[in-house]
Every structure is written in C-alpha cells, then in structure tokens.
Design a protein around this ligand. Structure first.
Ligand code: KG4
Ligand code: ZN
Length: 339
C-alpha cells in the first residue's frame, strides 16, 4: 500500500510516499524561507501561491524518488488543519482532485496529530497511552495521548508558542529569518558552565500549579536585556543561551510534573522544536533516572513534512476512515482533542 502524504499548512510544501512494510519511499520538501524572509514572517497569500506552484513538481520528484507511477498510489492523505486557510485549501484541493482522478481514497488529517504519529516510525515504537509534548511554531502543549484520535489536553500556552518565541527572540537579536534553529545553534556555542553576566532569565509559570505555559514574557525579557547590552556578537550569544536555557528548563520541569501526575512511563516529543538538541539532552537527562522512555522523531521529520501526513493517514485508513464527500473542507482552527 503506497500512501501519498501532502503537507501545506504553513510555509513548507512537503510530499512523501509511505509504505507500511517498505517504509519511507519518498520524502521531498520545498521550503518558502527565502520567499518570506524579506517580510520577517510568513505572508499567507504568498504561501498559498507558492504551494500551488510546488505541488506538481514535488509530486513528480517524489514519484521519481520512489520509482513509482501515479497508478501505484493507493490513497492520498493531506493536512485538513490547523493552519493558514489558503495554504490548507491548496493542498486539500490538489489531494482530493488527484485522488478523484485516480479513483483512490483521500483523507484529511490533523497536522499536530501527524507530528505525534510520525514518532511511531521510531524504535522502540511508542505504545498508547503516552504523554506527549508538542512543541512547534504555533503550539506548545502537554497532552495525554490515550489512543489514536483520543487526546486529553493537560495544558497549553497562554500566549506565544515556544517555537514562535525562539523565532521572535532571534529576530530581536538580529539573526536571519527563520531564527529558531539559528538561535539554537548560537546558544550551543556558549559554554554551559560559564556564569552569565546577568541574572538567569525568568522561568514563566513554573511556580504555579498545572501545565500551562507562557513564553511571551521571556521574549520581552530577552528584548530588554538586548537593549541594555552592547548589542554585539557576544551579547547575541549569551542572550541566545540564557533564553534557550530558560525555555528548555520550563518545558523539562513541566514534563516532569506531568509524568508524575499521570504516571505515564513514555514521553513522546514532537513538532519543529523537537529538533532542538539541548531540549533532547535535557529530556534524556530527565527521563533516564525515572526509567521512562522518551521518543523524538528522526531529525529529518521534526519540522513540517509530507511523511507525517502519510503516516497519520495510514493509521486512519487502517481503521476504515476516508473522506466521504468530494467537498473541500479544511479546518484552520482545530483543537487536537476534537479530532
Ligand atoms: O512544526 P513546525 O515545522 O511548524 C509548525 O507547525 O509550527 O515548527 C516550526 C518551529 C519554528 O518556530 C522553528 O523556529 C522551530 O520550530 N524550530 C526550532 C528548531 N528547529 C525548528 N526551535 C528551536 N530549536 C531548533 N533546533
Ligand atoms: Zn508543524
């Protein structure tokens, strides 16, 4: 069974072909970073237009990579939401038209659930139920994943998502767009045992009970520290480090709290920020003495991609699910617990 996955919820067009026994047969991406860089953020209309331009060439590339033809495809999964409405509509229209023309099922999937489910390709395979930390550009959430499609939200962010805070702090420091990974790379160059030239950054909401997050104050603290600094490369490096340390400390301590609260022995981390190596290290250090298994997606599949959509589609197709109408129906806002 060859499942085509199409991701187009934000600024990356991703197409992949997944075969449950043979694994990943194709994985191609087109990033729009250079397109949006002059604006310092994603311009939704430009994103939609670029998805339209990329769908057909990427599909050809994916088929060539897998050495398959259109007739070898058995189903098409696409991102139904959440995301930018125009961007979602391009992927959904393309996927559903193609599926209709080939006479095969189409299936819309939830973007965040797909981020989680792509970790099921890792070994040892996480088994439901597990605790999930979802960290991306648009979301930060601790979730009890009870079964496929059964998610209980423990806590999410009151303001900025953690990836968004990484990106905004990077922008404040004058790092090129998109800044999250660049800020992380710079932070990694600061010696971890070297004292900071200022007090540690705040750990928002750590003293409060519960599982809510807040990252906007941390970003503002970085801005104020930057404004009071020499605004040189040394200041960039130490502020990047102080910001990242605070953000990771909060994520790690809330994971510890949630593991204790729920009693789960498996933690699954997903979304773009799961690519962060310092976060990976901190969560390994947390879970090892607790005899708890922590799973991250392969680094190639942390940020948005078509494979996660194909894998999520596979799990639902196995349950007999598929779109039952030709209507193009996307959900720009779609809480995970409403899947
Ligand atoms: O999951 P994703 O590709 O898109 C959304 O669904 O939002 O996540 C993108 C986010 C961006 O905010 C990006 O800066 C962040 O993930 N990100 C990172 C790293 N790699 C990507 N943040 C911190 N460290 C990284 N290494
Ligand atoms: Zn994403």
């Amino acid at each position: 069974m060859n499942i085509l996955g199409i991701e187009s919820s934000c600024d990356d067009t991703g197409i992949a072909i997944y075969h449950p026994q043979k694994g990943v047969r194709a994985h191609v991406l087109s990033s729009q970073h250079t397109l949006h860089a002059p604006f310092g953020g994603v311009v939704p209309e430009l994103a939609s237009r670029n998805h339209i331009a990329q769908c057909v060439p990427l599909l050809s590339q994916a088929l060539a990579q897998a050495q398959l033809t259109l007739q070898d495809l058995h189903a098409i999964a696409y991102t139904r939401g959440p995301g930018l409405i125009g961007a979602l509509l391009t992927g959904a229209s393309f996927a559903k038209s193609l599926a209709f023309s080939l006479g095969i099922p189409a299936l819309g999937v939830h973007h965040l659930e797909a981020h989680l489910l792509v970790t099921l390709l890792e070994t040892p395979v996480p088994q439901f139920p597990f605790l999930a930390l979802l960290v991306s550009g648009g979301h930060t959430a601790l979730i009890e994943a009870r079964a496929l499609g059964d998610y209980h939200l423990l806590g999410d962010t009151l303001d900025d998502a953690v990836g968004e805070a990484f990106d905004k702090t990077a922008k404040i420091l004058g790092l090129p767009y998109p800044g999250g990974p660049q800020l992380a790379a710079l932070a990694a160059t600061y010696p971890a045992d070297k004292p900071l030239p200022f007090p540690p950054f705040p750990r928002p909401l750590l003293k409060q009970k519960g599982f809510q997050f807040s990252f906007s104050g941390l970003k503002t603290h970085a801005r104020l520290t930057w404004q009071e600094s020499a605004q040189d490369t040394k200041a960039q490096q130490v502020i990047a480090f102080a910001f990242q340390s605070a953000a990771i400390d909060v994520l790690t301590q809330k994971c510890q709290r949630a593991l204790r609260h729920t009693g789960h022995r498996q933690l699954v981390v997903a979304g773009g920020v799961s690519a962060n190596l310092a976060l990976r290290q901190a969560l390994h250090a947390l879970t090892a003495p607790l005899d708890c298994q922590v799973t991250f997606p392969n680094l190639a599949y942390c940020t948005d991609n078509g494979l996660m959509i194909a894998v999520a589609g596979f799990h639902y197709l196995m349950q007999g699910k598929q779109d039952d109408t030709l209507a193009i129906n996307v959900h720009p806002r779609w809480p995970l617990h409403q899947v």
